[in-house]
Write a protein that binds this ligand. Sequence first.
Ligand code: ADP
Ligand code: MG
Length: 537
Amino acid sequence: MAPAVAASARQSASGRERNFKDKDKPDSVRNSNIVAAKAVADAVRTSLGPRGMDKMIQSGNGDVTITNDGATILNQMSVIHPTAKMLVELSKAQDIEAGDGTTTVVVMAGALLDAAQNLLSKGIHPTTISESFQSAATEAEKILEEMSSPVDLSNDALLNKMATTSLNSKVVSQHSWLLAPMAVTAVKKIINSDNDTNVNLKMIKIIKKMGDTVEESELIEGALIDQKTMGRGAPTRVEKAKIGLIQFQISPPKTDMENQVIITDYAQMDRALKEERQYLLEICKQIKAAGCNVLLIQKSILRDAVNELALHFLAKMKIMCIKDIEREDIEFYSRILGCRPVASLDHFNAEALGYADLVEEIPTGGDGKVIKVTGVQNPGHAVSILLRGSNKLVLEEADRSLHDALCVIRCLVKRKALLPGGGAPEMEIAVKLRNLAQTQHGAKQYCWRAFADALELVPYTLAENAGLSPIHTVTELRNNHANGNSSYGVNVRKGYVTDMVEEDVVQPLLVTASAIKQASECVRSILKIDDIVMAVR
Ligand code: ADP
Ligand code: MG
């Protein structure tokens, strides 16, 4: 009897132990999740702000990218840990929603995770932390709205300042005098009126061509087509152009199914060839009859969009032919050229054509060429930008930077309000939230304070990256904000704390608001995970 009791006692003790161990597991999973995500955030922290560093990213096949853009860095980084991947997704989400602030959002998430880790170690339950962070983030958004000021879209100078702020931190920042106004003009050209609430950035076509410097980039009043003409004696310059855009092919038709035509003698072959010739000639004649002298042909995956013989006919008829127009560009070209895409020959008539004063092929250095269309009669809301750069690295980064600037202007169209930059909004939220925390009870108060402190990492990092004393700068900034100077921020050029609005460092409300919202949401979902389960497949 006695040994059995002892055995069962031992068993229950080991059972308790197991229980105890199981309780430990969520904590360790949570901890490792936080550590992994924080490592990602730390990796991009040094590239925040105008004095931030750039990253050189080397891919497996030896390609090199130099960038300062958070989304690009994270996108190309190979991360394995599932929660680290969440931060990559976070940055992508910010890129889609706002387009700028992709580093900021990750830095914020890292800071909030750090705060959460401290709170967890104090024994506060993850759910309490998560709920408090949510209510603090909601409050933060209200504070941001209060401190924002309205933007008038007709104020170009102001829009310029905002585009410049976003370009400040880029490798190509010395060209912001050119790129910022370009972004403003481009977006303004494609929005219909002041009450538009979104911008379709697809209607701004950026064509990158190596050669020259970024300074030679230009916004084209008209269209650019990143193709060459097909040559074969056809004109490379057409005045008073009538432009047709076709989605059908000018090549011998194919049967729907795998059929074979067996030719047994020369006479039959001759007939087949003649037939083909006749068929193509008929199409070309009809195109000419509609008055078309510049023909854009959509890329085809089924068969050749246009074959040699057809090109020869078109050249004879003095029709400039441009093939391989991508399917997704059709809408863009039809808008900018004022022509209607035609899917079948029967509908190819004069009404479908667009008119332009001049279509010409221009060299862009090396053997690069683009086709430039100017003097378009009925341009829709679309623009093209020719971006130049002396090498691939600069050119690609210029493209990404210009995209950021365009997104900033799009943010303003979406939500017409601005904030001072340089860490001012983050500090203002921190100061106000710390005051509001007094109204919370128990552990929640702790969490609110931790949330507020975490946001100070943005001005802290801006100062740190600019080589200033971060502690000194942040305390001074905190002091200023407590005294009601809500637009004070870190002046990275002068090296102290000043009014950011006077320094022309302003940014859209949407960028910061979305960063705070997304960062806190991401941190909350990381906190709620208590186990990682491997799937069978
Ligand atoms: P993100 O990818 O998040 O946009 P950036 O490297 O572009 O990161 O840095 C953005 C931050 O830099 C913002 O907080 C912005 O207010 C700040 N900033 C931009 N220009 C200046 C400036 N001239 N002085 C101080 N802060 C600036
Ligand atoms: Mg930026």
